[in-house]
Design a protein around this ligand. Structure first.
Ligand code: SF4
Length: 332
């Protein structure tokens, strides 16, 4: 039994469909996505911009606004259905049981209030604690997320902190109510590689110390490799491949995932042109018939242009949406 199976599931997204009804037509941004996040696990959702990973996360928080709408599927958090739930129930979950951190902390922090006050308000908005108790919890959380001179930083304004410290404040704010699930949407994209490594290490530490499950959304497979236990690869609104972290890198199956991996620069490789996946991500208003990756796939065969592949079982909790794996096979 794998590590994933041993852990009880916290979030279960089943056949989620979130579509956007634009004047040009219906955009199926998330089109039948199923994702499970067990307790005490870091699960990666990886893919290019526009593949639907952030819309999936926003759907969990029920933050889809018009012209978007969840048109099908189920999202269960700790056994409770979130799709169609009462808005008061959703509000009590946001920030309390589920928190989110975004890519650019400067756009999430209010520049006219001190960071301590903002995190403190995040606590008092959700939990019945005194101002002094909230203040102490903020200072303790700032220490836990590695902010030096936490007492002093409590009184700092966002512009007085570096990008790395601001992101630590955001993580501190997200963790302040000790949520069961932390959704991190490209949390290190705006940071340099040294700070990125520190933030990823911090997230791993939080998962270990607080038992928080983390849904890590990123376009970067290097980030996934650093911290994730299990990974979902998304393309054009669908999951194309899902596997445990070692299996994904050791036995990469889907031609799209292979393309993503081949396009990562390798410092030890001989000098050569960097691989790029030919063609463009499809326009979701005009999806190709059959496999969504078929116009870009070097393994495409006639059935790929006619029929849509299912997720086929490649063993060891590894699923692949590709006809090459229909009978447990794979490209030569
Ligand atoms: Fe390529 Fe066909 Fe597999 Fe799609 S189903 S990824 S087109 S081989």
């Amino acid at each position: 039994m794998s590590e994933l199976q041993k852990n009880e599931e916290l979030l279960k997204i089943t056949d989620l469909k979130t579509h956007f009804f634009t004047h040009k037509g219906v955009v199926p941004a998330v089109d039948g996505v199923s994702i499970e996040i067990p307790r005490r696990q870091i699960v990666g959702v990886v893919g290019e911009s526009g593949c639907g990973k952030s819309v999936t996360a926003m759907s969990v928080l029920q933050l889809i606004s018009r012209p978007g709408k969840i048109v099908g599927g189920s999202i269960r958090l700790d056994g409770r259905e979130l799709v169609g739930a009462d808005i008061n129930e959703i509000r009590s979950i946001r920030g309390n049981k589920v928190s989110v951190i975004f890519q650019e902390p400067m756009t999430s922090l209010n520049p006219v209030y001190t960071v301590g006050r903002q995190v403190s308000e995040a606590i008092t908005a959700h939990q019945a604690v005194s101002q002094e108790e909230a203040r102490q919890r903020v200072v303790d959380m700032f220490k836990a997320v590695g902010i030096p001179e936490a007492e002093k930083r409590y009184k700092s304004y966002p512009h007085q902190l570096s990008g790395g410290l601001r992101q630590r404040v955001m993580i501190g704010m997200a963790m302040a109510c000790q949520p069961q699930l932390l959704i991190a949407d490209e949390p290190t994209t705006a940071l340099d590689v040294t700070i990125e490594a520190q933030i990823l290490h911090l997230m791993k530490q939080l998962e270990h110390d607080f038992g928080t499950s983390i849904m890590l959304i990123t376009h970067n497979l290097g980030v996934v490799a650093e911290v994730c236990d299990y990974v979902y690869v998304m393309y054009a609104g669908k999951i194309m491949e899902q596997a445990g972290i070692f299996d994904l890198f050791d036995h990469t199956a889907h031609p799209y995932t292979k393309g993503l991996l081949n396009s990562i620069p390798k410092p030890t490789a001989e000098k050569r042109r960097l691989y790029n996946i030919k063609g463009m991500v499809p326009n979701l208003l005009r999806l190709p018939k059959g496999c969504r990756f078929s116009p870009r796939c070097e393994y495409a065969r006639p059935e790929c242009f006619e029929h849509e592949p299912e997720l086929y079982d490649a063993g060891n909790q590894h699923l692949v949406r590709c006809f090459l794996y229909k009978n447990g096979g794979g490209p030569a």
